[in-house]
Design a protein around this ligand. Structure first.
Ligand SMILES: [Zn+2]
Length: 219
């Protein structure tokens, strides 16, 4: 099973990637994990990537591609994998196609998680964090006993930069612009399966598994 998971911020993609990888018995391959492994392992690619990250720049495609290629060539990934965070654009998707074809394989399915953007904004922008213990609340769904104060030690809750409405809207917009062509690319390849990422984690997992099974039986 060779699959790619695509989804916007706030869709619970990381959680689903973890669960689906276990259920499908394939390794979860995420660019975040690959970056960390290369940087902490001090590989040549890791050193290169770190230079860009330290400057606050995006790691260029050629460095990311080389790391992903190394990772997919490892023993545990030869029978399958679930890619999370790669590819991010059409050139990367074309590179991935070439890499897999060199290894004598190809993707089985690209699963797209779709969300209602207003719901994501509401869910994420309502989060408040405790600077002392790190606990995260939600002003509506998981409010502290005393408004604006942590239940644990009474510290003043704050809103993380990532949880600000403008930040969330910006990230959703960037995602939409970047991903639309990618989704079109995979639809044209006949690999795309789209599901709604609403409801509980278990509901989304069930939907994802059904969509993957349907795609595989159609292939
Ligand atoms: Zn606290």
């Amino acid at each position: 099973m060779r699959a790619v998971l695509v989804g916007p911020p706030g869709a619970g993609k990381g959680t689903q990637a973890q669960i689906l990888a276990e259920e499908l018995s394939v390794p979860k391959v995420s660019t975040g994990d690959i970056f960390r492994a290369n940087v902490s392992g001090g590989t040549e690619l890791g050193k290169k990537a770190k230079e860009f990250m330290d400057r606050g720049d995006l790691v260029p495609d050629e460095v990311t591609n080389a790391m992903v290629k190394d990772r997919l060539a490892q023993d545990d990934a030869t029978e399958g994998f679930l890619l999370d965070g790669f590819p991010r654009n059409v050139p990367q998707a074309q590179t991935l196609k070439g890499m897999l074809s060199d290894l004598g394989s190809g993707l089985d399915v690209v699963l797209e998680l779709r969300v209602d953007e207003e719901e994501v904004v509401k869910r994420l922008s309502g989060r408040r964090s405790c600077p002392e213990c790190g606990r995260v609340y939600h002003v509506e769904y998981d409010a502290p006993r005393s408004e604006g104060k942590c239940d644990n030690e009474g510290a003043e809750l704050y809103q993380r930069e990532d949880d600000r409405e403008e930040t969330i809207r910006h990230r959703l917009k960037v995602y939409r612009e970047q991903t639309a062509p990618l989704v079109e690319f995979y639809a044209a390849e006949g690999l795309l399966a789209t599901i709604a990422a609403t409801g509980s984690v278990a509901e989304v997992t069930a939907r994802a598994k059904a969509a993957i099974a349907e795609k595989r039986s159609a292939a």
